[in-house]
Ligand binder design. Structure first.
Ligand code: PEP
Ligand code: MG
Length: 589
């Protein structure tokens, strides 16, 4: 009798995939330090340059293929890798190691990987820390091209469709399979839900489940399987009954997906006619096409610290101006919020030396560092203002704690704008509300700024005194804690009274039930990872703001997160299921 084996993981890309398992084992290179003679240094540099140019050519070909088959948005990740391999600092630093340490390219790459892995691992933000995969993937391509013979790995079976399962899968490797096979699903043991591989899986709409432990074996190679990217389940060797059930579910999901896509071009208006705005959070300018393809109505948060990450020295004024100009021009007349460098805390950047701190989350972070090291700050502000000369930008300052900070920041911006002949009409100034201090005194800030953006990731951490990256206290990290909700409501109310826009750009905005709560609290401009935009838009279009506001008014008076959750489920979901999730959300809330 057929014995279906079920594995539980984390859903990463929605949908149902049915196919045959195909195991991919990534060759881990064992690299040794090989010393070269003085006279061979030039030859070695030439060898590196050949492999580098071959790698760029391969990526360009891959990019064209992906673009042709799957559209521009899907090729962005390949473009990022091309961009990385053309990075002058990276190339020069590799050459420097070869020259100065007299080692083979393989060892120089090995050292570079270690260096960047350390830098990236210090990012608490899952998206940012996940970007090391792109860099390693690009460097692995060079390593592969340093060898005389190359192969893309094992032969892809002709029996289709396949479900790839691997420990981890670099994005370029994945793009290769996307264009050479009929991939029905992906199962990974490692990686985060914000990794580029997962982003690519979402762009290709491949159901994906991560965190599945197959004990590192390939014993299931060639066996039939089902990937349920909606629930996070994997069925190995499913029975006929289970297969039938999932063929039905797959069909239902396809209907849901095509309906969801049609939402993209619909107006962002709730059932009772209230306008809301859904924007995208981005970390690199290359993400813009993806954001627009998901219907982003603006960039609600550009985390500029990513621009400083690969560099030993901060990007120059011209380099930054070019990037900001590019972002603004791609977004046309849609709003763009550029956040100044949010360094410190868990975000360490080699180009800046903050020094060791006992308690970095409460230390020299973001604007505190910038106001101390004004030269960097001037450069970034000048670049943003120059880019905005022929358009409009919203400048956002992170980690504001007291009113004097924003007054000083404004004075600096105004004096640079004057020198650069940039009119006030070309830029807005806003603060992130991330500290309880800023939230509780928001009535003072609304008189000083054009807009505010609530960063719930940090606001929750600082309000509840719970490290956002510490899994042992994660049980206390509750967005529905009444302390958090009351602060959010207060900020929204005061913002409205003061006549300024209140945006929100923390992770909370991308969770279905939380997005409804936010609208109920009076926040109608939210920003999130691009892929969740149509889901949230569809949900918000189905709710009545008046009713939700009423419910939230009572909800915030309750005394615990659990009570609030229960109250909302009872009043919003059970009492009027027709207005919400039924037939709308085949995903868990
Ligand atoms: C936040 O704190 O909610 C936020 C959006 O900023 P970051 O996650 O980059 O700290
Ligand atoms: Mg923050």
């Amino acid at each position: 009798m057929n014995k279906t084996r079920i594995f539980k993981g984390i859903p990463a890309s929605l949908g149902i995939g049915i196919g045959t398992l195909f195991h991919i084992k990534l060759e881990s290179e064992f690299i040794i330090k090989e010393i070269i003679k003085d006279e061979d240094v030039q030859k070695e540099i030439q060898r590196f340059e050949n492999a580098l140019s071959l790698s760029i050519q391969e990526l360009l070909k891959l990019k064209n293929k992906v673009e042709k088959n799957k559209g521009k948005a899907s090729a962005i990740i390949i473009e990022t890798q091309i961009f990385l391999l053309k990075d002058k600092d990276l190339i020069n630093s590799l050459k420097k190691i070869i020259k100065e340490e007299k080692v083979k390219t393989e060892w120089a790459i090995h050292l570079t990987k270690i260096k960047y892995e350390k830098i990236f691992s210090e990012f608490e933000n899952e998206y940012l820390s996940g970007r090391i995969i792109d860099l390693n993937d690009s460097l692995n391509r060079i390593l592969k091209n340093l060898k005389t013979s190359q192969s893309q790995g094992k032969k892809i079976p002709t029996r289709t469709p396949i479900i790839i399962f691997a420990d981890d899968l670099p994005p370029s490797e994945m793009a290769y399979y996307m264009t050479h096979a009929d991939v029905a699903g992906i199962i990974l043991s490692r990686g985060g839900t914000n990794s580029h591989t997962v982003i690519l899986a979402k762009a290709f709409e491949i159901p994906t489940v991560i965190n599945i432990d197959f004990d590192g074996t390939s014993v299931f190679d060639g066996v039939d399987a089902i990937v349920d990217g909606t629930e996070g389940d994997v069925y190995i060797d499913p029975s006929l009954t289970i297969k039938k059930e999932f063929f039905n579910k797959k069909e239902q999901f396809e209907v849901y997906r095509s309906e969801l896509k049609s939402v993209k071009s619909l107006p962002s208006i709730t059932k009772d006619g209230k306008q809301f705005k859904i924007m995208a959070n981005i970390e690199v300018p290359e993400e813009i096409e993806l954001a627009l393809s998901y219907g982003a109505e603006g960039i609600g948060l550009f985390r500029t610290e990513f621009l400083y990450m690969f560099e030993k020295t901060p990007p120059t004024l011209d380099e930054q101006t070019k990037i900001y100009k590019q972002v603004l021009s791609k977004m046309g007349d849609k709003p763009v919020v550029i956040r100044t460098l949010d360094i410190g805390g868990e975000k360490k950047i080699e180009a800046f030396n903050i020094g060791k701190e006992e308690n970095p989350a409460l230390g020299l972070r973001a604007i505190r560092y910038f106001l101390k090291e004004k030269a960097h700050f001037y450069t970034q502000i000048k670049a943003i203002l120059r880019a905005a000369r022929n358009g409009k930008v919203k400048i956002l300052f992170p980690m504001i704690t007291e009113i004097e900070e924003i007054r000083e920041l404004k004075d600096i911006v105004y004096s640079i704008a004057k020198k650069e002949s940039v009119e006030k009409d070309n830029y807005d100034i806003g603060i992130m509300v991330e500290t309880p201090a800023a939230a509780l005194t928001i009535d003072s800030y609304v008189k000083e700024v054009d807009f505010v953006s609530i960063g719930t990731n940090d606001l929750i951490q600082y309000t509840l005194a719970v490290d956002r990256g510490n899994s042992s206290v994660n049980y206390l990290y509750k967005p529905l804690n009444p302390a958090v909700l009351r602060l959010l409501k207060f900020v929204a109310d005061e913002g409205r009274k003061g006549g300024i826009e209140v945006q929100l750009c923390g992770e909370m905005a991308s969770k279905p039930i939380h997005s409804i709560i936010l609208i109920g609290l009076g926040i109608n401009s939210i920003s999130m990872a691009s892929q969740t935009i149509p889901i949230i838009k569809r949900i918000l279009r189905s709710i009545s703001v008046n009713r939700t506001r009423q419910i939230m008014k009572d909800a915030v008076k309750l005394s615990s997160a659990d009570e609030i959750n229960e109250f909302i489920v009872e009043n919003l979901l059970r009492k009027c299921p027709s207005s919400l999730f039924k037939n709308i959300l085949p995903v868990k809330i």
